[in-house]
Write a protein that binds this ligand. Structure first.
Ligand code: NAD
Length: 433
C-alpha cells in the first residue's frame, strides 16, 4: 500500500515507520524543513527508544522517505494519514487549524480514489469538517476515516507493533476494507465503527485513564492522613480484574501532550452540547492540586525554601521521553524559584526542551543525578527514570547537605529507605516517613 503520513511528530513518525516495517511504501511529510533534513540524514528529531534503528532499516530498503512537499507523494497514495498536532486553545478546545490546513493541502493534490484518515486526536465532528473541506476543493473520489492513536511516548514503538486494539471509524465499506488490510498484520483486536464513535473512543479512553490516576491520588492523600499505604491499597484493588492494576500508581499526577489537553477538550466538547461533565472537571482539579504536594512536603520538612538547594530529578512528563509538554516540572520548578530556592535539575534527555520552556538564573543544570544532589538540602523526584530508581542511595546521601528525599512517584521500597538516613516522604505511604 502507498501511504503518505502528514506530520512527523511522536505519532506521525512512529506510525510511518511502523507501516513501512510491515511492508508498505510510506512518505512522511512535515512542514518544518529542519525536521525533514534531520530525518533525511538518518536522525530522529524526538527521543523514542528503538525508533531510529527501524527507521534506518526501512529507508535503506526503499520503503520510507521524508519530504516537505506532500504533492510529491499524495497523488500516488492509497491512504493519507493526518497526524498533525491539535494543541489546546485558551478555551480548552482543540485547535484544529493544522488539521484544516492539511485537509486543504491534500485536496489540492489527490488523484484518484484515496482514503484520508485522521490519526490526530480530534473532537467529534472533525472528520466531517475534513470531508467538507476536501470536497469543496476537489472532484476526485475520496473517503475520510477516523483512526485514533493510542501509543504512549517512551514505549511508542512497542505500542505501535503490539496495540491492545485499533479503532477504525468509517462510513464506507471500501475505506473499511483498505484500513483492515493495513492493520490486520498488527492485531486481531480491530474495532470497526462509525466515525463519530471512533472520535469519541479516543477522548473517553484518555479521560478514563486520567480519572484512574486522579482517583488513586486522592486515595493516596487519604492514606497519608489515616496511616494506610496506597501501594498496598492499589495492589489489592488491581487484582480485581474489573479494576485492573494499571494506572493505579499514586504520585504527583499526569502531564504530557495528551491527558491534560484531551480532558480539557472533552469537558469543552460536553459543554458545547450543554452537558456539564462534573466528574472530569474534578479529575482535572485533583491533578492540578496534586502537583503542589511536592512543595507542601518540602515546606513541611525545611520550613522555608529561601536559598535552599533543591535537587530536581526528572523534567520529562514521564520516563523514556524528552517531552516536557504539561510536565509537572514546568510548574514545580518555577514554584521553587518563586519561593527563593536554588534548583539543581537533571533529566537524562529532557533538559534542553525544559530550558526552552522555562529558564531562570537561579537554576543549575547538572550533568547527572549525583551532581544534582551535591550539597542539596533536599531532592524532589518528579520523573521515575530507571537511573533514579536504581541509583545507590547511600552514595547520594553522602554528597548531600541534608538528606531529605521527596519521592513524587513512590519508586523506593521501605527496605531501601530503611538502609539509609534519608528523611523520606512519598505519596500516600505514611509508614515510610
Ligand atoms: P507533534 O506536535 O509532536 O507533531 C505534529 C507535527 O505535525 C509537527 O512536526 C508539525 O510540524 C507537523 N505539521 C503540522 N501541520 C502540518 C502540515 N500542514 N503539513 C505537514 N506537517 C505538519 O504532535 P504529536 O505528539 O505527534 O501528536 C499528533 C496528534 O496525535 C495530536 O492530535 C495528539 O493529541 C495525538 N496523539 C498524541 C500522542 C502522543 O503520545 N504524543 C498519542 C496519541 C495521540
Amino acid at each position: 500500500m502507498k501511504i503518505t503520513v502528514i506530520g512527523t511528530g511522536y505519532v506521525g513518525l512512529v506510525s510511518g515507520v511502523c507501516f513501512a516495517e510491515i511492508g508498505n511504501t510510506v512518505t512522511c511529510v512535515d512542514k518544518i524543513p529542519a525536521k525533514i533534513e534531520m530525518l533525511n540524514h538518518g536522525n530522529v528529531p524526538i527521543y523514542e527508544p528503538g525508533l531510529q534503528e527501524i527507521m534506518l532499516r526501512n529507508v535503506e530498503a526503499g520503503r520510507l522517505s521524508f519530504t516537505t512537499d506532500l504533492s510529491s507523494s499524495v497523488p500516488e497514495s492509497d491512504l493519507i494519514i493526518i497526524a498533525v498536532g491539535t494543541p489546546p486553545l485558551p478555551s480548552g478546545e482543540a485547535d484544529l487549524q493544522y488539521i484544516e490546513a492539511a485537509a486543504r493541502e491534500i485536496a489540492l493534490s489527490i488523484d484518484g480514489y484515496t482514503v484520508v484518515a485522521v490519526k490526530s486526536t480530534v473532537p467529534v465532528g472533525t472528520n466531517e469538517r475534513v470531508n467538507s473541506i476536501i470536497a469543496s476543493l476537489t472532484d476526485q473520489p475520496f473517503a475520510t476515516a477516523s483512526m485514533p492513536e493510542f501509543l504512549r511516548e517512551g514505549s511508542a514503538v512497542k505500542d505501535a507493533f503490539n496495540p491492545d486494539r485499533l479503532v477504525i471509524g468509517v462510513e464506507s465499506q471500501q475505506a473499511a476494507d483498505l484500513l483492515l488490510e493495513l492493520h490486520t498484520p498488527l492485531t486481531e483486536n480491530l474495532v470497526v465503527t462509525d466515525i463519530r464513535s471512533a472520535e469519541m473512543i479516543k477522548y473517553a479512553s484518555n479521560a478514563f485513564l486520567a480519572t484512574k490516576i486522579s482517583f488513586i491520588n486522592e486515595i493516596a492523600n487519604i492514606c497519608d492522613k489515616v496511616g494506610a499505604d496506597v501501594d498496598q491499597v492499589a495492589r489489592g484493588m488491581g487484582m480485581d480484574r474489573r479494576i485492573g492494576a494499571s494506572f493505579l500508581n499514586a504520585g504527583i499526577g499526569y502531564g504530557g501532550s495528551c491527558f491534560p489537553k484531551d480532558t480539557h477538550a472533552l469537558i469543552q466538547i460536553a459543554g458545547n452540547v450543554e452537558y456539564d461533565f462534573k466528574l472530569l472537571k474534578s479529575v482535572v482539579e485533583v491533578n492540578q492540586s496534586q502537583r503542589w504536594a511536592v512543595i507542601d512536603k518540602l515546606l513541611d520538612s525545611l520550613g522555608t525554601l529561601k536559598d535552599k538547594k533543591i535537587a530536581v530529578w526528572g523534567l520529562a512528563f514521564k520516563p523514556d521521553t524528552d517531552d516536557v509538554r504539561e510536565a509537572p516540572s514546568l510548574e514545580i520548578v518555577p514554584k521553587l524559584v518563586e519561593f527563593g530556592a536554588l534548583p539543581q535539575v537533571f533529566d537524562p534527555v529532557a533538559a534542553d526542551n525544559f530550558r526552552r520552556e522555562y529558564n531562570h538564573p537561579a537554576i543549575t543544570y547538572a550533568s547527572d543525578a549525583l551532581e544534582a544532589a551535591r550539597d542539596c538540602d533536599a531532592i524532589c523526584l518528579l520523573t521515575e527514570w530507571g537511573e533514579f530508581v536504581n541509583i545507590d542511595l547511600a552514595e547520594v546521601e553522602a554528597v548531600m547537605h541534608n538528606p531529605i528525599l521527596i519521592d513524587g512517584r513512590n519508586v523506593y521500597s521501605a527496605d531501601r529507605i530503611k538502609a539509609t538516613r534519608f528523611d523520606y516522604h512519598s505519596m500516600g505511604r505514611p509508614s515510610l516517613l
